[in-house]
Design a protein around this ligand. Structure first.
Ligand code: C5P
Length: 150
């Protein structure tokens, strides 16, 4: 019996590690330019509409995180960015999905929302005032030091 219990535990542990290994990533871009952070306001789904997030989206199979950041910013905002280091922790979105933010430099373009209600360049003081998506809100302590002090 003890052996069966151990076997069952080992199976549960390996299933859990497979889930963690398979966790998909939603990347987000922390684009800071002239001391301001680029944010956008969701248009859908209903429970997220009107709330603010960093630009980003799902990493596609075989795609690097950096390539996904660049692609999402081009698709959503028509800007070219260069991602650098991760900002803050991986934030769980669901059991098998995490949000991972990267600092990014704006190389070219003026942000023009294709899929969102609005975009804004915000200051450190604005961070606390926006109605953020919950996962993005968890990144605020890591975003704050990227912006000039108030
Ligand atoms: O934008 P998209 O629908 O591809 O995002 C996939 C998931 O990641 C959604 O559940 C969305 O709410 C979440 N997300 C987020 N914060 C972001 C970008 C996406 O919580 N900055």
């Amino acid at each position: 019996l003890a052996l069966r219990v151990l076997e069952a535990r080992a199976t549960a542990v390996s299933r859990r590690s497979r889930e963690l290994l398979d966790a998909r990533v939603v990347v987000a871009a922390a684009v800071v330019h002239d001391g301001r952070l680029l944010v956008q306001q969701r248009a859908y789904p209903a429970d997220a509409a009107g709330r603010w997030e960093l630009p980003g989206g799902r990493v596609e199979p075989g795609e690097s995180d950096h390539d996904a950041v660049t692609r999402e910013c081009a698709e959503e905002l028509a800007v070219t960015v260069e991602p650098t280091t991760q900002v803050g922790p991986d934030v769980p979105l669901r059991a098998d999905l995490v949000l991972r933010a990267y600092a990014a430099r704006l190389l070219s373009g003026t942000p023009t929302p294709t899929d969102h209600q609005a975009t804004r360049w915000i200051t450190a003081a604005d961070l606390a005032t926006l109605d953020w998506l919950p996962a993005d809100r968890a990144l605020l302590p890591a975003l704050h030091p990227l912006l000039p002090g108030v």
